[in-house]
Design a protein around this ligand. Structure first.
Ligand SMILES: [Zn+2]
Ligand SMILES: [Zn+2]
Length: 345
């Protein structure tokens, strides 16, 4: 089978490797669609995320869907032929955090496309069957791949503990920012400003229900207009950008909440200490998602969230380089570039 491995920054090489066999309680999945996340772009461009560096050639990709090809002994939840979204993290289930249900912060969690765990840019994968979520035929495999970023948005909104009528600003309108936006809309929040430097992403934010949008250079003027100078109840940082993080404390109201979802290129968050302190802000850092994918399926089925609108461009596995280049450039209206490993499913 074809397996795409990252050997060094911007050095993808296609390998031919044997199709693995599923073991006890595992399934073999024919991979359908894989979304390219900003974290994949960090690996591809920089060869590291924070202090974690690329060591052995790594298979990227964690936003994935597919069709069950075969199952090992002891599997009862899925059958061959079933369409599935794939949970990318495999927690240890033994530590104090797993035992209290905080699977996403398990210190030894394995996660697709993060060393030493290979991701999904390959034709087949074996993964524990209990980490597969069945999706109905009405959800395409591209949409099913978008359930992972959607789950992050839903989880960020959960952590923000939003109340009816609160005002929110979202900095960054990539797939995660737009997932946060749609998750806020799905729980009835409507007073939302979205700031992004890319005009096509501002247009997408308006389509997905933002009350107003602006370029980041105008965010303080727009904030004043939307909150009458009070500041936002909640600020979501989804740009993964130091300057955006710096703005969060300025944009939040007194006793407001700042929710940091983006991954910065440098391993630090530059806060405006004066504002953060004087306003007594609460900062919430979001680690991926936890148990929110099933709700993602429900809100997509109910029509409250548009997953298809996130998957704007598709490429075959052979053109992964082109897909990553487009995703990095944020040009041509791209929200998520999606690799269709098997296009005919
Ligand atoms: Zn991701
Ligand atoms: Zn654990």
């Amino acid at each position: 089978m074809k397996v795409l491995r990252l050997h060094a920054p911007k050095d993808f090489r296609m390998h031919d490797e044997p199709i693995p066999a599923p073991g006890y309680k595992e399934a073999l999945i024919k991979v359908g669609s894989v979304g390219i996340c900003a974290s994949d772009i960090h690996w591809w461009r920089d060869g590291h995320i924070g202090s974690t560096h690329l060591s052995d050639p790594l298979v990227l990709g964690h936003e994935a869907s597919g069709i069950v090809e075969a199952v090992g002994d002891g599997v009862t939840n899925v059958q061959p032929g079933q369409r599935v979204a794939i949970e990318p993290s495999k927690p240890c289930m033994q530590c104090e955090f797993c035992k209290s249900g905080h699977f996403n912060v398990c210190p030894t969690v394995m996660f697709f496309g993060t060393p030493p765990t290979d991701g999904c840019l390959r034709e087949y994968i074996v993964w524990p069957a209990e980490l597969l979520l069945s999706v109905p035929n009405s959800i395409s495999l591209d949409e099913a791949a978008m359930l992972e970023p959607l789950a992050v948005g839903i989880y960020a909104v959960d952590l923000a503990d939003v109340s009816p009528g609160e005002t929110c600003v979202i900095l960054g309108a990539g797939a995660i920012g737009l997932s946060v936006l749609q998750s806020l809309k799905a729980v009835g929040i409507s007073r939302i400003l979205v700031a992004d430097p890319v005009p096509a992403r501002r247009d997408a934010a308006l389509r997905f229900g933002a009350e107003s949008v602006c370029d980041p250079s105008e965010v303080h003027t727009a904030a004043k207009a939307l909150t009458s100078g009070r500041g936002f109840d909640i600020v979501f940082e989804c740009a993964g950008d130091a300057q955006a993080v710096r703005e969060t404390a300025k944009l939040a109201r007194v006793l407001g909440r700042v929710v940091i979802v983006g991954i910065p290129r440098e391993d630090e968050y530059p806060f405006d200490a004066g504002n953060a302190r004087r306003k007594q802000l609460s900062a919430i850092f979001v680690r991926r998602s936890n148990l929110t994918t099933e709700r993602g399926i429900d809100v997509v089925l109910s029509g409250k969230i548009d997953a298809a609108g996130l998957a704007t461009h598709t490429f075959p596995l052979e053109n992964a380089e082109e897909a990553f280049t487009l995703a990095e450039s944020k040009s041509d209206g791209v929200i998520r570039a999606v690799i269709r490993i098997h296009d005919t499913l």
